[in-house]
Design a protein around this ligand. Structure first.
Ligand SMILES: *Cc1c(COP(=O)(O)O)cnc(C)c1O
Length: 366
């Protein structure tokens, strides 16, 4: 096992107390007070009118697409540099993912490339806020407005990320979050779908709950899903949410520590947009060459330090690689990127230790 993991959940708030309440009250399924309280609390944190919790971040994306009525024959523009779930959800509804390249500095979807990939079939753009940074939402919203496209935000990695004080997930039509165990706040497995439109929210809730018709028991008037979150998960989520600002502050401090400790090394960092406050979900560096990455990860592993490779571009995977062009920026980032240990319990001594191993190893390579 690694001495320093890339991530681990912090359950030191009221998680245990709230989960015990679920067990003692027997409200362990998808009804109970924590569901509504977690949704209301989360909507308040994001400053959005509607938030519906679901069983994970992937089904949250599925519901977002369904709620906007995106389906067969539609194209959705999505960055190739993302986690697989963003793209799979587009496939689930029978639509076609159209990949775009990343911006060289921010690593986010490049608005200029998005615009180039618009066709008469394009229905939506899915912005993915990568590693805690923010996509250029003003630019993307402008493109979508001019071309009559829906805008979906995958904010799984961006709980706490803001642009000029406005939380991501409030710029598009629908946005999704994930509470997997390595996300900024966790419910074990879980997700949230947020939107500003009451009719869209209503559709999301009905699709989440088997397409149940209003005011009539066991009568279903659309094909729905069971994508509900349990009261136990919501209990954990509420306890996490109570500490989200503290967690974010510690992550910002950790990221600043890393920048200082690694500043003199030949490493690339993710740049932020003007006005951006990152959630610093994953501290990620680019090593000088693709060839060096294996050796760097190996040296860190031998010192008990876990790392992850940056996501492989989705257009290179077997289900999606047919007839794809190159996406040189995304491919470059993906081949040189390493996620460093990023959970907020790490201290300055850990960061110095990691920096020391990196310095020795990079010296050997140069
Ligand atoms: C984690 C993640 C998801 C999926 O979330 P799950 O809760 O694991 O289903 C989707 N998109 C991105 C970008 C993610 O990082």
């Amino acid at each position: 096992m690694y001495r320093i993991p890339v991530y681990q959940p912090d359950l030191t708030g009221k998680e245990r107390e709230y989960v015990l309440e679920c067990l003692e009250s027997t409200w362990i399924s998808s009804k109970g007070r924590f569901i509504g309280e977690f949704e209301t609390g989360f909507a308040g944190f994001i400053a959005t009118p509607h938030a519906a919790c679901v069983s994970n971040g992937t089904v949250a994306l599925h519901l977002a697409l369904l709620a906007l009525d995106i389906g067969p024959g539609d194209e959705v523009i999505v960055p190739t540099l993302t986690y697989i779930a963003s793209v799979n959800a587009i496939r689930y509804v029978g639509a076609t993912p159209v990949f775009c390249d990343s911006h060289l500095d921010t690593w986010q979807m490049d608005p200029a490339d998005v615009e180039r990939r618009i066709t008469p079939r394009t229905r939506a753009v899915m912005a993915v806020h990568l590693y805690g940074g923010a996509c250029d939402m003003p630019a993307l919203a402008d493109i979508c407005r001019r071309h009559g496209l829906k805008l979906i935000e995958d904010c799984a990695e961006a709980i706490g990320t803001r642009i000029n004080g406005r939380h991501v997930g409030t710029f598009g039509d629908v946005a999704t979050f994930s509470f997997f165990g390595n996300k900024t706040i966790t419910t074990g497995e879980g997700g949230m779908v947020v939107c500003g439109d009451a009719a869209v929210d209503d559709r999301i809730r009905r699709l989440r709950g088997q397409g149940l018709a209003p005011n009539r028991e066991y009568w279903h008037d659309m094909v729905g899903y069971n994508y509900r979150m349990t009261n136990i998960c919501a209990a954990i989520g509420l306890a996490q949410l109570e500490r989200v600002d503290e967690i974010l502050a510690r992550k910002a401090a950790l990221a600043a520590d890393y920048r200082q400790a690694l500043g003199s090394l030949p490493l690339g960092f993710q740049a932020s947009l003007p006005g951006e406050a990152s959630s610093h979900w994953m501290v990620t560096v680019l090593v000088p060459t693709a060839e060096a990455r294996g050796a760097v990860r190996q040296a860190l592993a031998e010192a008990g330090i876990e790392t992850r490779p940056v996501f492989y571009p989705i257009h290179t995977m077997p289900m999606y690689c047919d007839g794809q062009p190159d996406f040189p920026v995304a491919q470059g980032i993906a081949s040189r990127g390493i996620n460093l240990p990023s959970w907020h319990g790490l201290g300055s001594a850990d960061v110095r230790n990691i920096a020391g191993v990196l310095a020795t190893c990079l010296e050997g390579i140069a």
